[in-house]
Design a protein around this ligand. Structure first.
Ligand code: NDP
Length: 315
């Protein structure tokens, strides 16, 4: 296996990874970035981003990531295709295996591997990706003003997104597979009392339809083992809110994570319990999950890496 030594390794290429790269590059850390499975991260799956400060007309997710990539490259980040497949954070320098066949030894590590939104696994979710299917109400809800949308899920995220969307859309269906909501009591009460939200309990989605994007969903309502009713609803947007999966597996042996797998950092810093190893963006953020908050934590991680290297006399 080939071995390469670097000062700063960044894994992941969403707003957290790219922002860390811009700061680390400008601080002469000669950062190396591996882009991961989905170069550009989750934002490349949304439509327009209208809530990132500085873009009065909005910008497409793909374009923003392309711009961030160029900005990171301009300041010297070595951006590479590849996936981190194994990590050994026992002692510094830390060893990260890329694609199972290359080892990077790094003094500092910025984990910006993000979180992956869960989907139901329907073919139609892929077919209508960016054409009515979304896993982010805050990102895409604005495009559904005065339209009819459905949200899938029964947890706090689904309730929050249903309420958020109800402020924009004319009607929101909340599709819940169980006969009850899992969300906190207060969120349940708000959802049940909202005049624009209709909760469809014990209901599953089996398909979507529409000629120009999503125009409806095919549903199955089940009572007991065998009794079921199949019907469809007309909708313009279909939002998934059935949870996220933080991409932290390969680091879990060495750093703290919560029960879902989100990396736990020290207070409001991106420091993990391993010196020189930082976590930025959605992999460490179950709460906000925004491009701007991810970018901010990427900035903090690079500043921390710079200070750490300076203190060790490695700059
Ligand atoms: P949760 O895991 O709490 O809820 C996921 C929901 O999606 C559940 O209702 C689950 O159903 C449903 N679901 C999962 N898979 C499927 C499927 N294949 N088909 C249909 N439905 C499915 O995730 P959340 O993202 O809502 O929340 C994650 C954590 O973050 C929670 O601890 C939550 O409390 C917290 N949170 C807190 C907020 C706040 O305090 N403001 C806001 C948002 C989240 P089932 O119940 O049947 O398993």
């Amino acid at each position: 296996m080939t071995v390469e030594k670097v000062k700063c390794l960044i894994i992941g290429s969403g707003p957290a990874g790219y922002t860390a790269a811009i700061y680390a590059g400008r601080a002469n850390l000669a950062p190396v970035m591996y882009e991961g499975l989905q170069p550009g991260g989750q934002l490349t799956t949304t439509t327009d981003i209208e809530n990132f400060p500085g873009y009065p007309e909005g910008i497409s997710g793909t374009q923003m990531m392309e711009d961030l990539r160029k900005q990171a490259a301009r300041f010297g980040t070595d951006i590479r295709f590849g996936i981190a497949t194994h990590a050994n954070l026992k002692s510094s320098p830390y060893k990260i295996t890329i694609d199972g066949n290359k080892e990077i030894e790094t003094e500092t590590l910025i984990i910006a591997t993000g979180a992956t939104a869960k989907y139901l696994g329907l073919e139609d979710e892929k077919k209508y990706a960016g054409m009515g299917v979304s896993a982010c109400a805050t990102c895409d809800g604005f495009f559904y003003r005065k339209k009819v949308v459905a949200v899938v899920g029964g947890g706090d995220t689904a309730c929050e997104e249903a309420i958020y969307l109800a402020g924009l859309a004319s009607k929101v269906y909340l599709i819940v597979r169980k006969p009850y909501l899992r969300a906190s009591k207060i969120m349940q009460e708000r959802v049940m009392a909202h005049e624009k939200i209709e909760v469809l309990f014990e209901t599953n989605t089996v398909g979507l339809f529409g000629d120009n994007g999503v125009e409806g969903a095919n549903l199955v309502k089940r009572w007991g083992e065998s009794d079921e009713e199949r019907y469809s609803i007309s909708i313009d947007g279909f939002f998934l809110a059935i949870g996220h999966h933080p991409n932290s597996e390969i680091f879990k042996e060495y750093i703290d994570t919560d029960e879902t797998g989100y990396i736990i950092t020290e207070g409001s810093t991106p420091r993990t319990k391993v010196p020189g190893v930082y976590a930025a963006g959605d992999v460490a953020d179950p709460l906000y999950r925004q491009a701007i908050t991810a970018a901010a934590s990427g900035c903090k991680a690079a500043l921390e890496a710079e200070r750490y290297l300076a203190e060790k006399g490695l700059l």
